[in-house]
Design a binder for this molecule. Structure first.
Ligand code: 13P
Length: 250
C-alpha cells in the first residue's frame, strides 16, 4: 500500500513573516494528520529557516529545483549537497514552469533527477502536457517522452526511490482541475508504462497529481487508485486550505 503524500510547492512566494505564520499554523494542525506524509518546498533562501522551524516535526521539506552539477563555477546554481546539508528530503525537478519559462529540456531534467538521487534526495519528477497537446490527443506521447528521458539515463529502478507528479499544464494556477477521471487515466498510463519495464517499481512509485488542487476536490482525486497524493501550489500558502488537502488523504 502506497502512503499518501502531499507536497506544498510555494513557488516564488513568501517572506520571513509569511513563512513563520504559515509554518506555525501547519505545526499546530499537523497532529490531526496521522497517515499522510506532508512536505513543503519553499524558495531556496528560506530552506535553512524552514529546516529550523520544522526540525522534530513530521513535516519534511524540499527544494523547487537543483543543479545538475555537483559543485564549482556555476553562478546562481544550488548543488544537491547544499540541499542535503539543510536537511531536504525532496527536490522537485522538471516543474512545468522550469520547462516552459526556463527552457529546461527533457535531458536537462533527467540530469537533475540523477543529481538528486546521487546525493540521496528524493526527486519529485514533474510531467505534464500543454493544453494544445491534450487537444491534439498526444498527452500520453508527451508524458511518455518526459519519462523516457529519465528512464534512459537512470534506469527504471531509479523510479522506486522517486516521486512522479502529473501536472497538466492547463490546470496549473488556472482554477481548472483535471477531473478525477482525467487525472486517473494519465496516472494509470504512467503506472502501466513503468509496469511494462518493472512491475515492482510501478507498484511502489508514488504518483501525485498537481494543478488547482483544493480542499474541495482533493478527496475525490486522492480516492482514485493510481493517485497517491498531490503537489499543491496556491493552496499550499494558506494554512487551512493546505491542512484540508492533507486531511483528504487520511
Ligand atoms: P496550483 O495548485 O496553484 O495550480 O499549482 C500546481 C503546481 O504547479 C504545483 O507544483
Amino acid at each position: 500500500m502506497r502512503q499518501t503524500l502531499v507536497v506544498g510547492n510555494w513557488k516564488m512566494n513568501g517572506s520571513r513573516a509569511d513563512n513563520a505564520a504559515l509554518l506555525a499554523g501547519l505545526k499546530a494542525g499537523i497532529a490531526t494528520i496521522k497517515k499522510t506524509a506532508v512536505a513543503v518546498c519553499p524558495p531556496f533562501v528560506y530552506l535553512s529557516e524552514v529546516a529550523t522551524a520544522l526540525d522534530g516535526t513530521p513535516i519534511a521539506w524540499g527544494s523547487q529545483n537543483i543543479s545538475d552539477q555537483l559543485s564549482g563555477a556555476f553562478t546562481g546554481e544550488i548543488a544537491g549537497s547544499m540541499l542535503k546539508e539543510v536537511g531536504c528530503t525532496y527536490a522537485i525537478v522538471g516543474h512545468s514552469e522550469r520547462r516552459s519559462i526556463y527552457k529546461e529540456s527533457d535531458a536537462d531534467v533527467a540530469k537533475k533527477f540523477a543529481a538528486a538521487r546521487k546525493i540521496g534526495l528524493i526527486p519529485i519528477l514533474c510531467v505534464g502536457e500543454l493544453l494544445e497537446e491534450r487537444e491534439q490527443g498526444i498527452t500520453e506521447q508527451v508524458i511518455g517522452r518526459q519519462l523516457d528521458a529519465v528512464i534512459a539515463l537512470e534506469g527504471v529502478a531509479a523510479l522506486s526511490d522517486a516521486v512522479i507528479a502529473y501536472e497538466p499544464v492547463w490546470a496549473i494556477g488556472t482554477g481548472k482541475t483535471a477531473s478525477p477521471e482525467q487525472a486517473q487515466d494519465v496516472h494509470a498510463f504512467i503506472r502501466r508504462k513503468i509496469a511494462a519495464l518493472d512491475k515492482a517499481v510501478s507498484e511502489r512509485v508514488q504518483i501525485l497529481y498537481g494543478g488547482s488542487v483544493k480542499g474541495s476536490n482533493a478527496k475525490e482525486l486522492f480516492a482514485k487508485p493510481d493517485i497517491d497524493g498531490g503537489l499543491i501550489g496556491g493552496a499550499s500558502l494558506i494554512v487551512d486550505d493546505f491542512l484540508n488537502i492533507c486531511s483528504a488523504g487520511e
